[in-house]
Ligand binder design. Structure first.
Ligand code: IMP
Length: 178
């Protein structure tokens, strides 16, 4: 088992690229079925979701759009709890079928802050696709409609997720070694 160092911390392999790819395909297939003829709008939350969003969107075969939103998220290995909109949403959501793409739902604070802003625009529907979910870290319950993996409350890097800026380019997901 190959461990890696990211900054000062040791991480071990957790989810392989093949396992992730299989899951992304399964989520895409389900969305392709559920949204046929609905012309959904995907909203990917930057930075962490950019690789998941890209891989997922490539597997979406129905007519669909995507846009990107940036919210403040993590500093280091603990949620800051601050959520700041850095790049605004410039698409009108009224009557649209919206699917949020998140890398990971951890405490749920980010989506808890962000979802009301979206509901305010009266989309026809609003669902969430998240590659990872840490149920044990929940502060605000968020229903994840398209969930990739439920994982233990451990810090992970790779596949778009970072530890203080590093690790996003790792094709697999690694977990922190305690
Ligand atoms: P939440 O608001 O606590 O649900 O956190 C959501 C955001 O925190 C995610 O979109 C990630 O950017 C970041 N995050 C949460 N857990 C991790 C992790 O284990 N590794 C890297 N980033 C994480």
């Amino acid at each position: 088992m190959q461990t890696i160092m990211v900054h000062d911390k040791l991480f071990q392999p957790y989810l392989s690229a093949a396992v992730i790819d299989e899951k992304v395909s399964a989520i895409a297939n389900q969305i392709n079925k559920d949204y046929e003829g609905k012309h959904p709008l995907f909203i990917a939350i930057l930075n962490g979701s950019f690789i998941f969003a890209s891989d997922l969107f490539k597997k979406i075969s129905i007519e669909a759009e995507i846009c990107f939103i940036k919210l403040a998220s993590y500093k280091g290995t603990k949620s800051t709890g601050q959520v700041i909109t850095a790049i605004g949403l410039d698409t009108d959501l009224f009557n649209r079928h919206v699917i949020i793409i998140e890398d990971i739902v951890d405490t749920g604070k980010t989506l808890h802050e962000f979802l009301p802003q979206l509901h305010h625009q009266h989309p026809a529907s609003l669902k969430i696709a998240a590659l990872l979910h840490k149920p044990a870290a929940t502060v605000h319950h968020i229903h994840v409609d398209y969930s990739g993996f439920s994982i233990p409350n451990k810090f992970v890097v790779g596949y778009g997720l970072d530890y203080s800026g590093l690790g996003r380019n790792i094709p697999e997901i690694y977990e922190l070694v305690d």
